[in-house]
Design a binder for this molecule. Sequence first.
Ligand code: ADP
Ligand code: MG
Length: 727
Amino acid sequence: MEKKLFNIKGMRCAGCAAGVERAVKRIPGVSEVCVSIASNTMTLNLAPGGASVEEILEAVRKAGFEAEAVSGTASGRVVESEEGTRAYFFRFAVALVFSLLLCYAAMHDLLKLPYFPISHGANAWIQLGLTLPVLAAGWHFYRSGYRALARLAPNMDSLIALCTTAALVYSLFRMAEGHTEHLYFDSAGMILSLIMLGKYLESQSRRRASGAIRELMDLAPATATLVVDGSEKEVPAADLKVGDRIRVRPGGKVPVDGVIVEGVASVDESMLTGEPIPVDKGVGDSVTGGSINRDGTFLFQAGEVGENTALGRIIALIREAQGTRPPIARLADLVSGYFVWGVITIAVLTFLAWFVSGSGFAEALGFSLSVLVVACPCALGLATPIALIAGIGRGAGLGILVKNGSALETAASLRTVVLDKTGTVTTGRPEVASVTLADPEGNETDLLRIAASAEKNSEHPLAGAIVREAEKRNLALFPVTSFRAIAGSGVSCRADGRRILVGKAALMKENGVDCSGLQAGGAASNSLVYAAVDGRLTGVIGIADAVKPDSAEAIRRLREMGLRTVMLTGDNAVAANAIASPLGFDEVCAELLPAGKTEMIQRLQKEGPVAMVGDGINDAPALAQADVGIAIGSGTDVAVESADMVLMHSSLTDVPAAIALSRATLRIIRENLCWAFFYNLICIPLAAGVFYAFGGFRLTPVACAAAMAFSSISVVLNALRLRNFRP
Ligand code: ADP
Ligand code: MG
């Protein structure tokens, strides 16, 4: 399966998005199609050997839109281009000027306004003339609206086009009959202007909502200093290739990922890791695109370029996430697919009802025009995606990467948060704190030498601590044979002609080594690693792994948010409790084998949705099992497959922050959906004159246009509040 991202041009409302989705879904080999009206993108899964990208583009074209495949982050068009916004404004300005003149002309007789130079009889012609520039400015509504109608997939523009066309045609008929009053030219002009104003404001706010991606893109410099055969040349960063040698000067930004081949520097990587202190780097160290060279000059060789860099992957991930749709949007998506047809039907019925019940043609038409223009599929279609764009974008700014909208929705309704001990609650940089010998006459150096020789081959953090300690003491290690790692327990091997077993107490017991009599020195929170040689216990190494400074704060906040907190670990119960109790965990589960962690999560899931927070490397099954898998502290490794969220900074307080952000986003989505549903539910009958019929008030077509513009802007503005979210 290959994930693909496309930019789609020409979509106006959720109905359009549904149309594109329907067309593309039909192509064989394509699955999980998701079209976002807010980001104008489409993501899908493409099976190998299935359809080609060309076929997909063709299908979108047939549905009436334009698509382009996005490859390389730089080329990705972000939501609304600046020119797009400016064009909206220009059109609106033209429409407004002529509409105001139109209104003046139309009201002139009625209000006895002064300064009208032209004779009464010519007024209607003047109005018609003033309407033409407005129509020209709003021409795109007609093109898109009628095209969509011809395809039997009417959209938002179809409503505007139908409404204003009806107004114009009616006015022309009246003119033909020689009337100069009750023309609808000014209404048509004002409706178009107001809707253009709405579109302009909306596109501007959309740009702001999606600012996060632009900010990330701006982290990487646009140009780089390429070094070829000793001479330097400025080239666009987008042209860099793997293997290129690039020079970075003090204060300069690293354009792509790579490895230093010459020079030293201290590099600020805070945008990825949240670590404010610059890291010293020299030959052989890797550098990441977007980081800043504080001092020193270095030459590095590009290892990853374009969208394969860490930054590129983050951007791709966010764009993709912003285009997904959480389950909460399902009803709105369903409704907006039929919405426009429904509105057209209601408009026709409204006209008939008023006309049949004896109102004049003009009045009946007025009501049905109101219906066409007041209905706002935009608010409905934008309600969810615009909040996701703002929420996921804000998360990216805080170092919280949300991989999809469903995860965000689930995270808002969590019951339990499970945290892994090593590397999550603790720093994951363990150190040997005590060495206790089984035989008091024995040799400490010998014990460490044996243990380190065995652990040299292990990936486990505890193993690393033992090996580092041996290195610190300059101990020569034995070569080992028949090495075996026992996941979640320890290691065994042969070295120096002896059989060596290193690991936890349970492992010793299984192998017939009795270690109950040995009391380790040092703190109770130390992890204990026992070592046995030829079936006899030689000693135990106590390893301390400091609790992260903000773990206590994080647990306190999670509990304040009404969440149950559980710590999981494969470590022994004494150490686990010594760490967990002062932090205030509700529950501690220790001495778990890797499979036991998954089972524990399944058990907790019976009480409600569970989030699992782990380092994403050895906790993958548990992360995948949880309703929301949160991988922590993986600054450059964003491709953590099994996680739904990735916390780039290693601070545990980002966990409550991520959950709070999810809750805030969901709240905005709910508000937006409610607003959009109720707006249409109330305004459509109001526009149809239902209240007027019973003595209440009515909405004129122009007031309806204002209401419609206001309602679609208001969902965007509401979503923008997430830009200021503080955890
Ligand atoms: P966790 O990551 O939750 O601490 P693991 O499943 O990785 O737990 O390991 C559980 C326990 O098994 C460790 O606390 C340690 O006691 C023991 N263990 C696992 N691998 C090793 C190893 N290579 N060397 C020593 N002890 C190990
Ligand atoms: Mg672990």
